[in-house]
Design a protein around this ligand. Sequence first.
Ligand SMILES: [Zn+2]
Length: 106
Amino acid sequence: MNEPTIELSRCENCRARFVPTDGACPRCGSTDVRPYPSPALGTVLASTELTNPPPGWTAPHRLALVELPESVRVLAVVDGPLPAVGAVVAVRQDGPVYRASSEPGA
Ligand SMILES: [Zn+2]
């Protein structure tokens, strides 16, 4: 099966998994960091909708804090309706932005 994955980083010194995927380990400072593909499904911890978003974004601007496997959390822009806390969403990376959508596999 070809499940969608998202690239995290894994520290070869202390085994921490984290994002962003560049730079040193935030836990121990090691620069021995390798790419680590993780399943791209996560659980929504919190979500909100901004009616007056920052310049460059259109309203309503929906954001979700998503916990991926390995306890890595990302703040993602939501495509589609606002997900409820506890919902499972698919996360993908779009340049420097993480995007979440409620249709896994889409
Ligand atoms: Zn480390």
